[in-house]
Design a protein around this ligand. Structure first.
Ligand code: CA
Length: 367
């Protein structure tokens, strides 16, 4: 227990330190930036991007201070599970998701048949990523990616994203002035450029992969990405469960997988007390708000959601929103007064991050 408290304090201190870390100020190094940009254009041309596209897309571009500020903010570590869930899966979003599922059912069914992803999940991802297309981002994608590719923190990753975005513009899939998130995520499902390049599909057959205006392209691209990441539409994502008295919390971890029959033997039940489904499937028990919070048994599709977004909260929110859009009710567990702020998995992730930053938090086991 002391260990957890100690590490929470350390982590809070480190998050504060990361937040206060003096941001690199690319604006103060105009010569270095100009040289960097010249070299970037050389590489882009070598990858087959036409000079006219480069001159147009990169005209007057310079690092955006706000993008660096947002990159340093790391907001995902400040929300507790219940707050995250009530922000992501609210009644308004559920209501709209149900309406849109009904409205676009024929198209969603065609996409589901071709790619093997149930319509309710496609609508749930859509709701979480852009509130069904309402918020696709207001930053210049090229400006944001130039900023993050020039900034040394994750330069290699964002340079690849920038080159992918330029290549998509070169091939006519999106415009020079394309807008997206501060990190360059784009369209109704907020694909980063390499995901766009590798998984987006032209489902309406007009020759462009348009993730802003074409619902056939939007749904099919999300379904193709999920399908190629391992989605299996014979199953759902997981479910809320009830743990038996004396359940050993040590076996609640994503890396502990057991057949449902074994969980059944260990006393795990659906929340209403009924038996677990008698299917040949492995699952893991996870406790995103600690031992006093809700418990879930998650299946392999949950792991596929983690490929899309590695946050364990996000993956539960997407599954739960899909259930609610499908007519299901809110979670049945009651919010505890003494909620654990960080889940064990999140704590382990933080420990790994601390290690990468040169601290020594012991084993990355979340304790
Ligand atoms: Ca299209």
């Amino acid at each position: 227990m002391f260990g957890i408290v100690y590490w929470k304090i350390m982590i809070i201190s480190c998050v504060a330190a990361i937040t206060l870390w003096p941001a690199a100020t690319p604006q103060a190094q105009p010569v270095a930036f100009a040289e960097w940009l010249k070299e970037l254009k050389t590489e882009a041309r070598a990858r087959g991007i036409r000079p006219v596209i480069l001159e147009s897309a990169l005209a007057g571009v310079r690092p955006i201070k706000r993008v660096i500020e947002l990159d340093r903010r790391q907001p995902e570590f400040t929300l507790v599970f219940w707050d995250y869930l009530s922000n992501s899966v609210n009644d308004q979003r559920v209501w709209r998701g149900r309406k849109l599922l009904a409205e676009h059912r024929p198209l969603l069914k065609r996409v589901a048949r071709k790619y093997g992803v149930q319509p309710r999940f496609l609508v749930a991802f859509w709701g979480l990523e852009s509130n069904f297309g309402d918020f696709t981002g207001k930053f210049s994608v090229i400006g944001a990616l130039v900023t993050l590719a020039f900034d040394p923190r994750r330069a290699k990753f964002f340079r690849e994203q920038l080159l992918a975005a330029l290549s998509l513009i070169n091939d006519g899939h999106m415009s020079v002035g394309v807008k997206g998130s501060w990190a360059g995520a784009m369209g109704n499902h907020q694909f980063i450029p390499t995901t766009y390049r590798d998984f987006a599909v032209d489902f309406d057959g007009d020759g462009r992969r348009d993730l802003w205006n074409s619902l056939p392209d939007i749904f099919a691209s999300a379904a193709n990405y999920l399908s190629r990441s391992g989605w299996d539409d014979r199953y759902t994502w997981g479910r809320e469960i009830r743990l038996p008295p004396g359940f050993n919390p040590e076996v609640s971890a994503l890396d502990i997988r057991k057949p449902l029959s074994e969980w059944q033997q260990l006393g795990v039940r659906r929340f209403d007390g009924r038996d677990l489904p008698a299917v040949d499937l492995n699952g893991s028990v996870i406790l995103p708000a600690g031992f006093n919070g809700p418990a879930f048994l998650v299946y392999k599709n949950y792991r596929t959601v983690l490929v899309w977004n590695r946050s364990i909260f996000y993956a539960i929110a997407v599954g739960h929103l899909a259930d609610r859009i499908n007519g299901g009710g809110p979670l049945l567990a009651v919010r505890s007064d003494n909620e654990v702020t960080l889940s064990r998995t999140d704590l382990a992730n933080m420990q790994r991050r601390l290690m990468k930053r040169g601290f020594d938090p012991g084993a990355a086991d979340g304790t």
